[in-house]
Design a protein around this ligand. Structure first.
Ligand code: AMP
Ligand code: MN
Ligand code: MN
Ligand code: MN
Length: 338
């Protein structure tokens, strides 16, 4: 029998990314969820950004970096778009790693901007096609509203300035406005831009254009994908309210939650794991990588505690990933993209 690999064990934050390594004796391991049970070691990161949204690296350069860091499985999850997936798929084939097509959907729940990672093993298909068109239009309209507000607050020609920062014609995001505020000397740095103008509850945090979380989760599930609640510890919610969010998410068909997103307090992770187990949710993990030099390099997440929450790749829609030869998903024709 192939040796068992336990999802919740030692994660080496090595230059090779998160390594899933066997830790427990098999007797113990059998009562815990197992990860890829091949005689190979895998390194997985299911949340990353490229220049298709607010990441610094092109899809190709991102894949190359991931391959260099020893990742075997990666998901490209740009904000509200899968435009980078086709290029990333080609690069993944070249680099010999398995690419999971995806995106990170902007949604709303109780007046809060909540992110949902869509893992789309079949590529862009079904209601997601229409859904992403809707997101694109929402993002364009939202940028106009953000620009109007920032103009009133001392940044003339905000839309043009943010566009110049984006350096391409993709729909704008708050980071483009943050860079414009810094470039114009309105704030000293990026953090200040979010703290004063763009962060949660500030004037530039415009949410009205995003769909309810249930609607977005519906697109994912009806399109052959798996919906994953992104970075649940980053919304400033109480434990109870986070539980309510998970319940709404599940009622809509959501089945995964990011148990670990980038660097996290281990006690908070353990507590979050209990909320997943209570609800029989799958556990996902990702760095939320945006640019080199940040603390969250591809594959560099905090360790995953011992937990009974099954890893996301045991989900029936993703189970073929662990058997996928390198690049297999990347090689698969992607509807509307190939
Ligand atoms: P958007 O998708 O346009 O709403 O922009 C959201 C992105 O802005 C996030 O994915 C982060 O990359 C960045 N961001 C959001 N909040 C902050 C914050 N408080 N500090 C720094 N970056 C942030
Ligand atoms: Mn971002
Ligand atoms: Mn996010
Ligand atoms: Mn993200």
């Amino acid at each position: 029998m192939a040796s068992l690999f336990v999802f919740n064990t030692p994660i080496l934050n090595s230059p090779h990314g998160v390594m899933l390594m066997p830790l427990l004796p098999n007797a113990l391991a059998s009562v815990l969820p197992t990860a890829f049970d091949a005689d190979q070691r895998y390194s997985v990161d299911l949340h990353m950004h490229s220049t298709a949204s607010d990441g610094a690296l092109s899809p190709t350069d991102l894949v190359t970096l991931c391959a260099g860091r020893g990742l075997t499985h990666m998901a490209l999850t740009d904000h509200d778009t899968m435009e980078g997936v086709e290029e990333a798929s080609r690069a993944a084939q070249q680099a010999g790693l398995c690419l999971v097509p995806g995106c990170e959907l902007s949604t709303r729940w109780q007046g809060i901007n909540i992110h949902v990672v869509a893992l789309m093993p079949g590529g862009l298909q079904g209601p997601m096609i229409e859904g992403l068109e809707q997101q694109r239009e929402a993002r364009i309209k939202r940028a106009e509203v953000i620009a109007e507000r920032l103009e009133k607050m001392g940044l003339p020609n905000a839309l043009e300035k943010a566009r110049a920062q984006a350096g391409s014609d993709r729909p704008l995001g708050r980071p483009d406005f943050a860079r414009a505020l810094v470039a114009e000397g309105v704030v000293a740095d990026w953090a200040g831009a979010f703290k004063r103008y763009l962060g949660s509850g500030k004037k530039g945090d415009v949410k009205a254009h995003w769909p309810e979380i249930s609607e977005a989760v519906g697109w994912v599930v009806a399109s052959g994908g798996v919906a994953v609640l992104a970075h649940p510890l980053r919304y400033g919610l109480t434990r109870r309210k986070r539980g309510l969010l998970m319940d709404t998410f599940m009622e809509a068909g959501g089945q995964g939650v990011e148990l670990v997103s980038g660097q996290q307090n281990p006690d908070a992770t353990r507590d979050l794991a209990r909320q997943l187990v209570e609800r029989e949710l799958y556990a996902s993990l990702g760095s939320d990588f945006h640019f080199p030099g940040s603390y969250a390099a591809p594959g560099s997440m905090s360790s995953v505690p011992r937990t009974a929450a099954p890893p996301i790749w045991q989900h029936p829609r993703l189970a073929h990933l662990r058997d996928a030869p390198s690049g297999m998903l990347g090689a698969k024709p992607l509807n509307k993209l190939s």
